[in-house]
Design a protein around this ligand. Structure first.
Ligand code: AMP
Length: 403
């Protein structure tokens, strides 16, 4: 089954085409990125394994035009990988927010679209863009089955005492203000992958998954279900991230707004785009720059990374307490898969939980699935690569097959 996976942002869209023979037997046919949609000049990057990258600039007025160019490239005689559009069996979309409507991935029909629309106010930057992608496919390929896979749905198993904020209950009723959590496809995928990797039964396990990238979140996965997660009503809560502040006292927001005379959108930009590693280090939001800055004596870069390491440790400890124990924790995402310094420092001092970390293996490994704990460690520590597109393709295949 050939699946087109789409991840539409407000001015960009990422795509992958996967040939899914089964859940575990698949191949990537092509992938790419269209950027600056709606600007005067768009950029299309198209990549086919073992072929040279193709890149072109042309105006891309909207998402329909962007997807239409992608479909042209996929079926182009020279650049393409498909003989015709009929080869595509289904389209899977990454959708940011499913609110309380979606506990799992779903086939896209009018009702699903209406509910995704209702979640737009919860994710005003992302859901409208996801809907543009869904509608563009409807207009370009009206017969094709489409599936939505949500960043939030894995976390819908959290108990109310974990997802509620202690503000007047009426705001939950009125606006659905609560913790939702994000990166759900990644947390679900890496929890299962790590279990398979070490031979653990996910249905009888207490796992903490650490997705550490530009955006970072940590999830407590008990018996395969998310019971708590660090991101909240928006992806701003939790760990120090590339440019997001992570958790802070809401009193800081009102204090800053008054002192600096900031509007709500200025505060929003400050906490989402100018904070985190970038805000503290004052050099970069990129962990590689932070590491080299800290290595060459930049005190602010060193502080930024220490804040991240400390935050990871605190979450691991608190989620071990929340689950009543810990069998394994998992690193993934650009930082989790590649930064041996982060992994080592995040494990520092966790011996009391039964963590014995193999520093040599850790330093020698990057970008691969690896067991990082020693054979005597009570708690297993692993790093595994995540693959959100594969989860979307799998869910799409299963939903379309079962319809
Ligand atoms: P992601 O959002 O998952 O793509 O992750 C991006 C983050 O991963 C950025 O902060 C990168 O600096 C970080 N990253 C990627 N490769 C490395 C590396 N080799 N060492 C440290 N951080 C890395």
């Amino acid at each position: 089954m050939i699946i087109l996976v789409l991840n539409c942002g407000s001015s960009s869209l990422k795509y992958q085409v996967l040939d899914m023979k089964s859940e575990n037997d698949y191949s990537l046919l092509a992938k790419g990125l269209v950027e600056r949609i709606g600007g005067t000049m768009g950029i299309l990057n198209h990549q086919v394994p073992d072929r040279e990258k193709y890149s072109v600039e042309k105006p891309v007025p909207d998402h329909t035009a962007g997807i239409s160019y992608v479909l042209e490239m996929l079926t182009d005689k020279k650049l393409g990988v498909l003989s015709s559009l009929k080869d595509i069996d289904a389209v899977g979309h990454r959708v940011a927010h499913g609110g309380e409507y979606f506990f799992r991935s779903t086939a896209i029909d009018d009702k699903a679209i209406a509910n995704i629309e209702k979640c737009c106010e919860l994710a005003p930057l992302h859901n409208p863009a996801n809907l543009l992608g869904i509608r563009a496919v409807q207009s370009l390929m009206p017969e094709i089955p489409q599936v939505a896979v949500f960043d939030t749905s894995f976390h819908q198993t959290m108990p109310d005492y974990a997802y509620m904020y202690a503000i007047p209950y009426e705001y939950y009723q009125k606006y659905k203000i609560r913790r939702y959590g994000f990166h759900g496809t990644s947390h679900k995928f890496v929890a299962q992958k790590a279990c398979d990797f070490v031979g653990m039964d996910i249905n009888n396990s207490k796992i903490v998954t650490c997705h550490l990238g530009n955006g970072s979140s940590i999830t407590a996965v008990k018996n395969g279900r998310s019971i708590d997660t660090s991101m909240g009503f928006t992806p701003m809560e939790g760990l120090v991230m590339g440019t997001r502040s992570g958790t802070l006292d809401a009193g800081v927001v009102t204090f800053l707004a008054e002192k600096e005379n900031l509007t709500t959108s200025e505060i929003n930009a400050l906490l989402n785009k100018k904070s985190g590693l970038l805000g503290i280090s004052q050099i970069s939001s990129d962990m590689r720059d932070i590491e080299s800055g800290a290595g060459s004596g930049n005190a602010n870069a060193a502080l930024a990374q220490e804040m991240l390491f400390y935050g990871i440790r605190k979450y691991i400890g608190s989620y071990a307490a929340a689950m009543g124990g810990l069998d394994m924790f998992v690193f993934t995402g650009g930082i989790g898969e590649n930064s041996s310094v982060t992994r080592e420092q995040a494990c520092e001092g966790l011996e009391f939980l039964g963590v014995h970390f193999d520093k040599d293996i850790n330093r020698a490994t990057r970008g691969k699935d690896v067991l990082l704990s020693t054979s005597s460690s009570k708690v297993k520590v692993v790093a595994v690569t995540t693959n959100e597109e594969l989860v979307i393709a799998r869910d799409t295949m299963n939903i379309v097959k079962n319809k």
